[in-house]
Design a protein around this ligand. Structure first.
Ligand SMILES: C[S@@+](CC[C@H](N)C(=O)[O-])C[C@H]1O[C@@H](n2cnc3c(N)ncnc32)[C@H](O)[C@@H]1O
Length: 374
């Protein structure tokens, strides 16, 4: 183990946290996800911090699973938790080997669909005709129903990942970040072709990656985590939490959830930070965020190994015109539950990270807050 007396604050200060070269991961580019980590961040933390033996890495807001794949690359067991079922689908597929028969099953499904002439029962999804052409609705239903009949759940999830990745593209929605309806000239056959292209791409990329260490993914509200969710104590938390009044992850994935049989409204209600909770009539303020972070740190403090670390990447947000210094809220929550601040580093958010639009708050910096269990 590294001697902390000697090594702090030098270890993390040696890293250029603005990363002149952002690593482009083929695996993380297949399916969009807002506010994804650039892999450099969890990678630098994992390689710099001494993770006590016999412990795991936890990301309680794992999103698209970047912390988990970086933990796997380093050969360290990990646990990812996210409320959003699409996040969990992505994280699971990325951290599990592709089941054998993945490609052939997709081709068999496509062949059966092409020769299918019967009736199709389109699921009851709000506003479906506004967002999806009839022909597209029919094809998505056929693909999703065929996947639903598979016995092997890992195989079904890998195929669902591919459908999920094309849902916005084949809808009338202008783009992942623009919610206007526009006319796109895609037919049902295009939908099937895009699905198969994604299957081939995922197969190519996954064959070139190895899953070196176990990673467990839980679809759960992180505020309800308990000791039984852990197989080993926590050695390192790496996470970027949702900030108050900053984003709506549920909204971004709303139609993906409807199509794959999940309820986005349920996710919305429990989503930390979702802007809808901060509209005046709903009355949430930063005090709610403080209570949420306290709850989380209470769990960390009870389940983190001695000398273990917690690393948060967090930016500021704005509530009714006031800038909220979320990094301070994290530091205070950590200190309240027995963690000591070891590093606090400011980094510049890459303006080309288009997936996370913070323009409403003009936020350009984010903070890396690292604390250690005393
Ligand atoms: C900033 S994103 C994390 C992105 C992630 N670092 C990545 O690389 O993809 C925050 C995540 O918190 C999740 N989230 C929001 N409220 C939650 C809750 N109560 N419990 C668990 N996850 C939650 C959102 O679904 C979203 O995926």
């Amino acid at each position: 183990m590294i001697d902390l007396e000697e090594s702090y604050p030098s270890i993390l200060n040696k890293v250029n946290w603005n990363f002149d070269e952002v690593s482009n991961s083929a695996l993380h580019s297949i399916h969009p996800y807002p506010a994804k980590f650039i892999p450099n961040i969890p990678r630098a933390l994992i390689s710099s911090l001494p993770i006590p033996a016999g412990s795991i890495i936890l990301d309680p807001f794992c999103g698209s699973g970047v912390t988990l794949t970086e933990a796997q690359d380093a050969g360290i067991e990990s646990l990812g938790v996210d409320l959003n079922p699409i996040a969990c689908l992505l994280s699971k597929v990325k951290t599990n080997p592709l089941p054998t028969g993945f490609l052939t099953t997709a081709y068999d499904i496509a062949k059966d669909i092409k020769s299918f002439k019967g009736d199709v029962y389109i699921p009851a999804i709000p506003n479906l005709d506004h967002w999806f052409k009839k022909d597209v609705q029919r094809m998505l239903t056929l693909i999703i129903d065929s996947i639903g009949k598979l016995e092997n759940q890992n195989l079904a999830d890998a195929l669902r990942f591919c459908v999920s990745s094309i849902i916005v593209k084949v809808s009338n929605q202008e783009s992942d970040t623009r919610y206007a309806a526009i006319n796109k000239a895609f037919s049902g056959n295009d939908v099937l072709a895009f699905f198969l292209q994604k299957v081939v791409r995922l197969n190519e990329v996954k064959r070139a990656t190895s899953n070196n260490a176990e990673s467990i993914v839980l679809n759960k509200d992180s505020l309800t985590l308990d000791q039984n969710d852990l197989t080993k104590p926590i050695g390192l938390v790496i996470t970027s939490p949702p900030y108050p009044n900053a984003y709506e992850y549920w909204l971004y994935h709303k139609y993906r959830m409807w199509w794959l049989g999940f309820d986005p409204i349920n996710v919305k209600n429990k989503e930390i930070g979702a802007r809808a909770h901060y509209f005046k009539k709903n009355h949430q303020t930063e005090v709610d965020f403080i209570l949420q972070m306290n709850k989380l740190f209470d769990f960390f403090s009870k389940n983190c190994i001695k000398d273990g670390f917690v690393a948060f990447i967090i930016g500021r947000s704005k509530i009714h015109g006031r800038i909220i210094e979320n990094e301070k809220i994290i530091k205070e929550a950590g200190e309240k539950f027995g963690f000591v601040l070891t590093d606090s580093i400011e980094r510049t958010i890459n303006p080309f990270r288009k997936s996370f639009n913070l323009s409403h708050a003009r936020i350009k910096q984010e903070y890396l807050v690292v604390m250690q269990k005393n």
